[in-house]
Write a protein that binds this ligand. Structure first.
Ligand code: HEC
Length: 107
């Protein structure tokens, strides 16, 4: 299975895209993000440690939103995350991005 490196993907999409990270975060509501995060933390560890599934606490909100939109669009292939992101709208992704960015990372 071929997998696009997220870093390479981000570098390409952020420079080629007319949509800025700020646009992706429009309408973000941190309380709504916390509410929506319940589903995510069944897989992504809440204390930010990486146990096979990448930790998502403390990720830059713009990077977080860009990655989620990439899963949603199928630009990054991963069946689980494509399904998870596919159900979320732009405002929900923005809210999750600012919420997880506010959480302390393990490092
Ligand atoms: C069923 C388990 C599961 C659930 C539920 C889940 N994820 Fe994931 N998530 C994963 C796995 C596994 C990966 C690694 C995918 C890959 O390698 O591309 C991942 C990757 C990610 C990444 C990329 C992180 C990185 O550094 O590569 C983000 C961001 C993310 N998930 C956010 C979320 C959010 C937000 C939710 C809730 C709306 C969520 N996930 C729900 C399993 C899950």
């Amino acid at each position: 299975m071929q997998k696009v490196s997220i870093i390479i993907f981000l570098a390409a999409s952020l420079s080629a895209s007319s949509v800025s990270a700020e646009d992706l975060l429009a309408g973000a509501d941190i309380g709504y993000g916390e509410y929506l995060s319940g589903e995510c933390v069944t897989c992504h560890s809440q204390n930010g440690t990486n146990s096979g599934i990448p930790a998502i606490n403390g990720l830059d909100a713009g990077v977080f939103a860009t990655v989620m939109h990439a899963y949603k669009a199928g630009d990054i292939e991963h069946p689980v995350m494509q399904m998870v992101a596919g159900r979320l709208d732009r405002e929900q992704i923005a809210s999750l991005a600012v919420y997880f960015a506010s959480r302390p990372s393990a490092q």
